[in-house]
Design a protein around this ligand. Structure first.
Ligand SMILES: CC(C)(COP(=O)(O)OP(=O)(O)OC[C@H]1O[C@@H](n2cnc3c(N)ncnc32)[C@H](O)[C@@H]1OP(=O)(O)O)[C@@H](O)C(=O)NCCC(=O)NCCS
Length: 212
């Protein structure tokens, strides 16, 4: 295994720090470069220096892996599409304490954090965040650019539409379909398939407002 690789992390906020920690725990990146458009603020608070604005990614495209560490699903999607169009290599980062079934499939640009579980038959499409201690059970399909927040539990056979954000501690019952761009509030329990572009809250979760 090549242990002399550079990882360029785009986005140096709190999520970016967790991404960097995850990458270092894997032992094959010896150089972490942060790019972010808010240089001054982030350099004062971060464990790592921010090397430059996002546009500086072009300086690293030949030799580095890239990961986009921006919580906004739409911004992350846009940046990943730009990097892929320029033939940059998008990393997939899986923390060593996560369990990811060898019979699952994980696409590029995905991060899976500590103590997460991805069970047999699950499919995680590009650019998803599977956050700390989230569980994705058998045969789920998490479409591109979703954020599955810490402590979310998704039962078997659920499809989560692209750009959805399930809030911290949400639970989803088996074999339902979460429509694209669904958001759930912290602790929501989703018991029925959802309509797209809606925020759901509560137990059982109900739509409370449109996101567009
Ligand atoms: C649901 C959510 C998006 C609503 O945010 P918001 O529109 O700014 O709502 P507010 O904070 O103004 O709260 C509005 C009301 O909803 C209530 N509320 C907020 N979140 C709630 C939730 N998850 N479940 C039930 N009620 C909630 C508030 O207590 C408040 O009630 P009140 O009017 O009686 O005082 C947000 O509270 C939330 O749960 N975000 C998820 C955060 C998360 O998962 N972060 C993980 C990052 S890794």
């Amino acid at each position: 295994m090549n242990k002399n690789k550079t990882l360029v992390i785009i986005g140096a906020g709190g999520h970016g720090l967790v991404v960097a920690d995850c990458a270092l725990s894997l032992g094959y990146y010896n150089n972490i470069i942060f790019l972010d458009d808010c240089l001054d603020k982030l350099n004062a608070n971060s464990h790592w220096q921010v090397s430059g604005p996002t546009a500086n990614w072009v300086n690293y495209r030949e030799n580095a892996d890239f990961i986009v560490a921006i919580g906004s699903n739409t911004i992350r999607a846009k940046l990943i599409a730009q990097l892929v169009a320029k033939q940059c290599h998008l990393a997939t980062l899986i923390h060593p304490t996560a369990f990811v079934s060898q019979h699952s499939s994980i696409s590029y640009g995905v991060v899976i954090f500590a103590n997460a579980v991805v069970n047999i038959g699950a499919r995680i499409d590009e650019g998803c965040i599977i956050n700390t201690a989230a569980t994705i059970d058998h045969d789920c399909h998490i479409q591109a650019y979703c954020h599955i927040s810490p402590g979310v539990n998704i039962a078997g056979g659920v499809k989560v539409g692209k750009l959805s954000w399930l809030g911290i501690g949400s639970a989803v019952v088996e074999y339902i379909t979460i429509a694209p761009n669904t958001q759930s509030g912290a602790g929501a329990v989703i018991t029925k398939s959802t309509q797209s572009n809606q925020l759901y809250m509560g137990v059982p979760a109900l739509p409370v407002r449109s996101l567009i």
